[in-house]
Design a protein around this ligand. Structure first.
Ligand code: HEM
Length: 472
C-alpha cells in the first residue's frame, strides 16, 4: 500500500449530511457557530468534515493536530485566504490577517511594542485608567443604575489600547457622547457574516448590513487618520522619538520615514485598526465572563477577595506592576475562565499546500477549524472537565488534580503567531479584577434572564446587565 493510501481522505471522514450546493450552511446559526461545531464534535469525534458552499473544512479537537497547526506557520498553514481578502477589502489587512514576509515585518514591531518593558513603563497610565473605571462603578453603585458590564469593559480596553499603542487618550470611560466603540461594535458581527458567507455576494450587491458595516469602517478610519496625524506631529516636534519610539504607532511611522521597512500608509492604518479590534473585545469579554463567574461562584470570590485584601492593604488598585503580578488566585481564576469561556473557542487555519495532518490527507487550500474549547474540556486532558475549578491551576501533581494537560489549553493560540497581546491582557485582567474585588459587590440586574454565549468573531456574554454595590 502506498503511504498516501494509508491516509484517510477528507471526504471519507464522518460529518453532518449537507444540502446540495449549500452544504451545511443552512444548518448553522453563525452567532452560535462554535456551539454548533462542538455539538457535532460530540457526535462525530476528533476529526470530522463539514462544507460551507463549495468549501470543505476539516474540524478537529485533536491535541497533536492542534500543536502542528499552531507551530507550522507561516510555512505550512496560514489564516484563511478569505479572511485576508475580507480584511483587505475593508482596509485592515494588518498583522492578524497578513501572511509571509509582510506578516513577519509587522509582527516584529507589534512584539516589541507590547513587550514587558513597555508594559512596566505604561503602568502609571493603566492605574489611572483603572481609577476611572472605579469611579464609574462607584457612581453606578451610588445611583443603583443598571450597568451593561461588557460595554463598560470595552470602554476600558479601548482606552488602554489607544494609550499604550498609539499614545493617545480617548478617555471613553468619562465621555458621555458618541465614542469609537459604537462603530467598532458593528465591525466584528459584519466580519463574521462575511467570513461565513458561502459566496462573496457583497462584491455584487450591498445589503443594509453591508452599508452599516461600510459606515462603521469609514467612521473608525476617520478617527484613525486623526490618531496618525497627531502621532506624526509628535514625531516632528520631538525628533528624538524616532530613535527610541515610545509606542507601536511611533515605531511604525519612524520605520516608514527612515525607509527601514516598506510600510505604506495603508499598512499603518490597517495595523492601528487591527490593534483596536484585537485589544477591545477579547480582553473585555474575558473580564466580563470572569465577573459573571464570580457571581456564579461566591465562595470562590470570597477566597480571591481575601488574597486581594491582604495584598492591597490600603490601596484600592494594585499600586505597581509587581504587586499586580503577585495574585496566584486571580491568575488561576482567569485561567479557568478562559478554559470554559474562551473568547476564541475556535481558531481557523488553511493548508497552504497539500499535506497530511495526523492521518488525514488535505488538499491545498483546505480550511481547518480547531475547536480549542472542545479540546480543553475533554476528560483525558482535564479532570472533571465541565466543573469550574480554580484549584486545578493551583494543585501540584497529578495525584492532587487528576488529568491536567497544558498543551490542550491554548486561549492565546500558540507557535509563531501566538497572541502578542497576551501579557497586556493578563495585566489588565489582574488589575481590573483586583480593583473589582477590593471595592465592589455585584449582582445580575435580572437574575431570571439567562446570560448566553454569542459568537461574533469573538465569543462574549449576551444580556450581562449588572448592579454594583460598594463593599461595606
Ligand atoms: C484575553 C485577551 C485576549 C485573548 C484571549 C486573545 C486571543 C488571541 C488568539 C487566540 C489569537 C490567535 C493566535 C494564533 O493564531 O495562534 C490572537 C492573535 C492576536 N492578538 Fe490576541 N487575544 C487577547 C488580547 C489581545 C490584546 C490586548 C492585543 C493587543 C492590543 C491582541 C493582539 C493580537 C494580535 C495582533 C494577534 C495576531 C497575531 C499574529 O497573527 O501574528 N490580543 N489573540
Amino acid at each position: 500500500m502506498s503511504e498516501l493510501a494509508a491516509h484517510r481522505s477528507l471526504e471519507s471522514l464522518p460529518g453532518p449530511r449537507g444540502w446540495p450546493l449549500l452544504g451545511n450552511f443552512p444548518q448553522i446559526d453563525f452567532s452560535q457557530f462554535h456551539t454548533r461545531l462542538e455539538r457535532w464534535a460530540d457526535e462525530y469525534g476528533p476529526f470530522y468534515q463539514i462544507s460551507i458552499g463549495p468549501s470543505r473544512f476539516l474540524v478537529t479537537y485533536d491535541v497533536n493536530a492542534a500543536q502542528t497547526l499552531l507551530r507550522e506557520r507561516p510555512e505550512s498553514f496560514s489564516r484563511r485566504e478569505r479572511l485576508e481578502q475580507v480584511f483587505a477589502e475593508l482596509g485592515f489587512n494588518g498583522v492578524f490577517s497578513a501572511d509571509g514576509d509582510n506578516w513577519r515585518r509587522q509582527r516584529k514591531i507589534v512584539i516589541t511594542a507590547l513587550n514587558s518593558a513597555h508594559l512596566h513603563s505604561f503602568y502609571g497610565a493603566m492605574r489611572a485608567t483603572t481609577e476611572r473605571l472605579e469611579r464609574r462603578w462607584r457612581a453606578a453603585a451610588d445611583t443603583g443604575a443598571v450597568v451593561d458590564l461588557t460595554a463598560d469593559l470595552m470602554r476600558y480596553t479601548v482606552d488602554i489600547t489607544t494609550q499604550l499603542a498609539f499614545g493617545i487618550d480617548f478617555n471613553t470611560l468619562e465621555t458621555d457622547g458618541p465614542v469609537i466603540q459604537q462603530h467598532l461594535d458593528k465591525v466584528f458581527p459584519g466580519l463574521n457574516r462575511r467570513l461565513a458567507s458561502p459566496i462573496p455576494y457583497w462584491r455584487l450587491i450591498r445589503l443594509a448590513q453591508d452599508r452599516e458595516l461600510d459606515h462603521a469602517v469609514e467612521s473608525v478610519q476617520a478617527q484613525i487618520k486623526d490618531i496618525i496625524a497627531a502621532c506624526r506631529q509628535r514625531l516632528a516636534a520631538q525628533p528624538d522619538l524616532r530613535a527610541a519610539p515610545g509606542n507601536f504607532l511611533e515605531a511604525m511611522i519612524a520605520a516608514q520615514e527612515a525607509e527601514q521597512l516598506p510600510f505604506s500608509d495603508a499598512d499603518i492604518i490597517a495595523n492601528v485598526f487591527t490593534l483596536l479590534l484585537a485589544g477591545e473585545d477579547t480582553t473585555a469579554n474575558t473580564l466580563a465572563w470572569a465577573m459573571k463567574l464570580f457571581i456564579d461562584h461566591p465562595y470562590l470570590l470570597a477566597r480571591v477577595r481575601a488574597e486581594v485584601d491582604e495584598l492591597l492593604g490600603s490601596h484600592t488598585i494594585p499600586p505597581d506592576p509587581v504587586t499586580a503580578g503577585q495574585q496566584p488566585l486571580i491568575e488561576a481564576f482567569a485561567n479557568e475562565t478562559m478554559r470554559l469561556k474562551p473568547v476564541a473557542p475556535i481558531i481557523i487555519f488553511e493548508a497552504k499546500a497539500a499535506t497530511v495532518l495526523q492521518d488525514v490527507a488535505l488538499p491545498a487550500g483546505t480550511g481547518i477549524v480547531l475547536l480549542s474549547r472542545q479540546m480543553a474540556t475533554r476528560p483525558e486532558h482535564f479532570a472533571q472537565p465541565q466543573a469550574f475549578s480554580m484549584d486545578r491551576w493551583l494543585a501540584r501533581g497529578e495525584a492532587e488534580r487528576g488529568a491536567h494537560n497544558p498543551r490542550a489549553f491554548v486561549p492565546f493560540g500558540g507557535g509563531p503567531r501566538f497572541c502578542p497581546g497576551r501579557n497586556l491582557a493578563l495585566l489588565e485582567i489582574k488589575v481590573v479584577l483586583a480593583m473589582f474585588c477590593r471595592n465592589f459587590e455585584i449582582a445580575l440586574a435580572n437574575p431570571a434572564q439567562s446570560v448566553d454565549e454569542a459568537f461574533a468573531f469573538t465569543m462574549g456574554p449576551e444580556n450581562l446587565q449588572v448592579r454594583f454595590q460598594r463593599r461595606a
